[in-house]
Design a protein around this ligand. Sequence first.
Ligand SMILES: Cc1cc2nc3c(=O)[nH]c(=O)nc-3n(C[C@H](O)[C@H](O)[C@H](O)COP(=O)(O)OP(=O)(O)OC[C@H]3O[C@@H](n4cnc5c(N)ncnc54)[C@H](O)[C@@H]3O)c2cc1C
Length: 314
Amino acid sequence: MEKVIIIGSGPAGLTAAIYTSRANLSPLLFEGFQAGGMPGGQLMTTNIVENFPGFPEGIPGPQLMEKIRQQAERVGTRFIMEDVQEIKVDKQSFTVVSMIGQEYEAQSIIIATGATARRLPLDSEKKFWTKGVSACAVCDGALPIFRDKDLAIIGGGDSAVEEAGHLTNFAGKVYIIHRRDELRASKILRKRAEEHPKIEILWNKTVIEFLGEQILTGLKLKDTKTGEVSELPVAGAFEAIGHAPNTGFLKGQLETNESGYLITRPNSMMTSVEGIFAAGDVQDPKYRQAVSAAGSGCMAATDCERWICGMYCD
Ligand SMILES: Cc1cc2nc3c(=O)[nH]c(=O)nc-3n(C[C@H](O)[C@H](O)[C@H](O)COP(=O)(O)OP(=O)(O)OC[C@H]3O[C@@H](n4cnc5c(N)ncnc54)[C@H](O)[C@@H]3O)c2cc1C
């Protein structure tokens, strides 16, 4: 019987591993394989992280994740590079079923499986990913390649409009490309975007191709009403078309909000099931940053340690 099994090897899971290791809980961590991204999580797809404390020059995402993993390993975390396909919830304990069907029993579980940014299913999008295309304006918008350039946000919800506002701090001009003739964002955000001198909203437009040679230089757009095709020169395009929390393997056993994000209890990282905790983007539709994910990994580990002691200490 394991004391704690952690699922996910992004900043949240690895930080939870460091804390639970140092609390002598000897965690077993499923790093993932293909489900919901890759071992190391979302930062494995980003060139440079400039806002994680402790790295004044910035650090490549994969290098940051390798360092956090080494730290978790050094304090005693054990790793399995597999996806979890299912968890079984029992009153006395939990069973984690790995991709190859092996079963692991645990007193507690910390779920840190992150969320997957939705991306446009275009070959050209893949070609320019990290070469001008990103799914996180708050993370990448301030990078030197985007400074004072014209940029585009793709989407029309609250995140799209908030991220457009963020980009106005660095960009020349910010286009919001929206496939409808009205933003889905809240009234106040809509008004702010429509009145902002640096923001222009291109209504009824979808992106049909990302353009450029080595790096992104523009977008090919199609008008959803007239079918007219046009080109828009931009140095960066940020997809803000939503995220899908990686909770499919839980098969509805834990309470989620309407978008599928795990719900934790007030002032706690415990989910609706006692003994199962959640950390990082899988329970956070709002902040979605590496440092906030790491912070919540610490909180989940601390809550988990106290709960295990309350249940099993003499
Ligand atoms: C392009 C991009 C750039 C970004 N840049 C920055 C930045 O510069 N600064 C910043 O602070 N944030 C940035 N972010 C956001 C940041 O990456 C996330 O907020 C952070 O990684 C969330 O951490 P997490 O641990 O919750 O989840 P993730 O990093 O998403 O990790 C989830 C983990 O769960 C695993 N997993 C999923 N399903 C399963 C399963 N069924 N079984 C086992 N394992 C599973 C995955 O393999 C992965 O290891 C960026 C995001 C993107 C997409």
